[in-house]
Design a binder for this molecule. Structure first.
Ligand SMILES: Nc1ncnc2c1ncn2[C@@H]1O[C@H](COP(=O)(O)OP(=O)(O)OP(=O)(O)O)[C@@H](O)[C@H]1O
Length: 210
């Protein structure tokens, strides 16, 4: 999926978070969205994905040579972020059944295989509420990485992951990149070192939080 942003700006009350952002995220590219804490990386990710309306400017989405209206973008995107919650009242198997009704897994991978690649076989009947923070993060990432979507958004993907978890993330993000447009919001170089493009929010009027 290609995303063409022209003159994009987002303001909360009187504060412009970014302004005049013109950039084309090419289909199949991987871009790191960089900037200090509070600069506006998550706001930019949410705006680019159509989850938040821009204050200024336009966004044009193209997929398979067709223009996609913003309201049709959600089924085409997978999103993992610390502020997006899992349904904690469900067990792992219940959550996978529910989630994949809306966001199917890519062809060739079953729910059983997803559980195995997350190393969560022993927790299949455990409530997600009782997962450790690292287990929850691996689950969020696996659901996004292995979703059958042309757009993948990752906000601070290695949050709560230990060394083994970071290595696991890097292995699986590389395995699922091909053919997708990937945006990674981050301050940690190792979580975006596979990205071929970088965009710094502070180049578009953003300031760090004080
Ligand atoms: N809904 C909102 N209403 C008002 N201000 C907001 C809202 N959401 C974010 N902000 C402000 O926008 C600015 C950018 O926040 P954002 O979360 O996008 O930054 P970030 O670069 O992702 O930060 P971090 O690296 O700390 O996650 C901050 O000053 C924040 O307080």
């Amino acid at each position: 999926m290609q995303i063409e942003a022209t003159g994009l700006g987002k303001r909360y009350a009187r504060e412009w978070i970014f302004r005049g952002l013109t950039h084309t995220f090419q289909s199949g590219s991987a871009t790191a969205i960089l900037g200090p804490n509070g600069a506006g990386k998550s706001t930019l990710l949410n705006t680019l994905s159509g989850q938040q309306l821009p204050t200024d400017g336009t966004l044009v989405y193209q997929h398979k040579s067709q223009t996609v209206p913003v309201e049709e973008v959600p089924p085409l995107l997978a999103y993992a972020a610390p502020y997006l919650e899992l349904i904690e009242e469900l067990t792992l198997t219940e959550l996978l059944h529910f989630h994949t009704r809306f966001k199917p897994l890519r062809p060739g991978i079953t729910q059983q295989q997803l559980i195995e690649l997350m190393y969560l076989e022993k927790s299949r009947h455990k409530l997600v509420r009782d997962f450790s923070s690292g287990m929850k993060q691996r689950l969020k990432l696996a659901l996004a990485l292995y979703a059958d979507t042309p757009l993948l958004l990752l906000d601070e993907p290695t949050t709560n992951l230990d060394r083994a978890g970071v290595a696991w993330y890097l292995e699986h993000v590389r395995a699922t990149l091909e053919g997708r447009t990937v945006l990674v919001s981050s301050n940690v170089p190792e979580e975006y070192n596979f990205c071929t493009e970088q965009l710094n929010v502070t180049d578009f009027g953003a300031r760090a939080a004080r």
